[in-house]
Design a protein around this ligand. Structure first.
Ligand code: PLP
Length: 467
């Protein structure tokens, strides 16, 4: 057959639109999406034919059925949500790439009613006058932390930028060389400082900074003393770090405000639950720090947010900074944050109901039980895989408690049919992606971050991958 003749047998758009599979598809998927995909498929087929050699043309036949199949598949894929739930088998509790803190199931009604209906976001219902969107969380933050006032912005990076830009623009901020933190995603203290218009005065050495280092650097232009919690690394060995108390004392003596970037907003002393000490927000307030910033979606276990607390005079000044408007949070965040913070009114509830705290404090026996249940469920599928339960360590993640190794139980999976890379990829590409890691040529699934309700999906995924 020659090229022209073959091209003339290409189905028309209308022909494909009248195919019964496509008619069925039109019930669920907008015509526009299907039409575009049909045109694209026909064009691709045309291009393929145009590039063929004569000997290929001889035997080539246009397969309308496979064109239809491809249209159906692509259209269904297109309509699926791109952003969707995944199963976290990594054991990293606060996984930034997987969305950090999980919100509590307990707060879904509160968040949804504010999201889907009108709300009193910026109206004072008592007076009928304009209100502040921040007012809804200020009282609860004050109650929990003991701070004088509070403000909430988009994330902690924005909080630090707003604080420095308000308190120290064109002036100097003193910070220890051991605390010039990089968080990732290009958040580095020196760069944030520059962006804010404040001038960085770094003092001391990487491993040792003394109070007199700060003292010596104080001058006419000093606007603040900054302490940055080295949340994602530790300097060990021959070290000296100035304590918060010493720094606050120096601030008082010299009448210079002390600012602290705490990173993770821990509101509960985690030592009680067998973890190492992570400075709590309350400790910083009690020490007398003037302004403290922390994240809403790290150890606090709420939505992405940057929380600024401290002295009213400074918070008032920040509210007038145009950056506050640029960094403002929406009603969904506000609702989720308020509802999450209310859970903290009882520490017992917080540990039980906030997934982040629940997962990092969960005992090994519970995790072991889940591992056994999952192992039995997978074995009942009779797939060609070998599974063993093993001891391992999970991480807190999210740049929090970097040295903490949480003893956990993992499933080690290998298959005689598939390589470990094929297994890992197969699970990751499953409809509900399952994120795992490979270690010593075995697939590792950490049960700490896996819920019982994920088991069905994991079994289905393995069945479809190993088949
Ligand atoms: C995580 C962190 C930040 C950034 O907080 P985001 O909420 O991710 O913007 C800033 N400073 C410190 C010390 C942190 O640990």
């Amino acid at each position: 057959m020659n090229k022209g003749k073959l091209l003339s047998t290409l189905p028309s758009v209308d022909e494909l639109l009248n195919n019964e599979d496509i008619i069925r598809l039109l019930k669920d998927i907008p015509r526009k999406v299907i039409l575009e995909e049909i045109r694209r498929c026909i064009q691709m087929e045309r291009n393929k034919i145009l590039q063929m050699q004569d000997n290929e043309l001889e035997t080539y036949k246009i397969e309308v059925d496979s064109l239809i199949k491809s249209v159906v598949f692509t259209c269904c894929k297109f309509m699926e949500m791109n952003l969707k739930e995944v199963i976290n088998g990594t054991g990293v509790v606060l996984h930034t790439n997987l969305g950090r803190a999980l919100l509590s199931d307990e707060i879904k009604d509160e968040v949804w009613s504010v999201a889907s209906g009108y709300s009193n976001l910026e109206i004072n219902v008592a007076t009928g006058k304009r209100g502040s969107r921040y007012s809804h969380v200020v009282e609860i933050i004050k109650t929990i932390t003991g701070a004088e006032d509070a403000l909430v912005v988009n994330n902690n990076a924005a909080a630090v930028l707003l604080v420095l830009g308000t308190m120290a623009k064109n002036r100097e901020v003193i910070v220890s060389r051991g605390e010039l933190v990089e968080i990732g995603g290009s958040f580095r203290i020196p760069e944030v400082m520059e962006q804010s218009g404040a001038k960085l005065v770094d003092v001391g050495a990487t491993n040792k900074t003394h109070i007199w280092d700060y003292e010596k650097a104080i001058g006419e232009e000093t606007a603040a003393l900054l302490k940055v919690h080295t949340s994602n690394y530790k300097i060990l060995g021959f070290t000296k770090e100035v304590t918060l108390i010493e720094l606050v004392e120096l601030g008082r003596k010299t009448n210079i405000p002390v600012v602290e970037d705490l990173g993770s907003g821990v509101l509960i002393n985690l030592q009680k639950y067998g973890l190492s000490y992570e400075p709590t927000v309350q400790d910083s307030v009690q020490a007398g720090v003037d302004i403290i910033t922390f994240s809403g979606d790290k150890l606090l276990g709420g939505p992405q947010a940057g929380i600024i607390i401290g002295k009213k005079q400074w918070i008032e000044k920040m509210k007038k900074n145009p950056l506050t408007r640029a960094f403002r949070v929406d009603k969904l965040t506000m609702a989720a944050l308020e509802a999450t913070l209310k859970i903290y009114l009882s520490e017992e509830d917080a540990i039980k109901k906030l997934p982040t705290l629940k997962m990092i404090t969960e005992g090994i026996e519970e995790i072991h039980k889940r591992a056994i249940t999952l192992l039995n469920r997978i074995e009942a599928e009779n797939l060609q895989i070998d599974i063993e339960i093993n001891d391992d360590y999970s991480q807190v993640g999210g740049g929090s408690l970097p040295l903490e190794k949480l003893p956990t139980k993992v499933l080690q999976i290998t298959s005689s049919k598939l390589s470990v890379n094929q297994l890992e990829e197969g699970l990751r590409l499953y409809q509900t992606p399952i994120i795992t890691r490979i270690q010593d040529n075995k697939l590792i699934v950490d049960l700490r971050t896996i819920k019982e309700r994920d088991f069905i999906i994991i079994c289905e995924a393995l069945r479809s991958v190993v088949i």
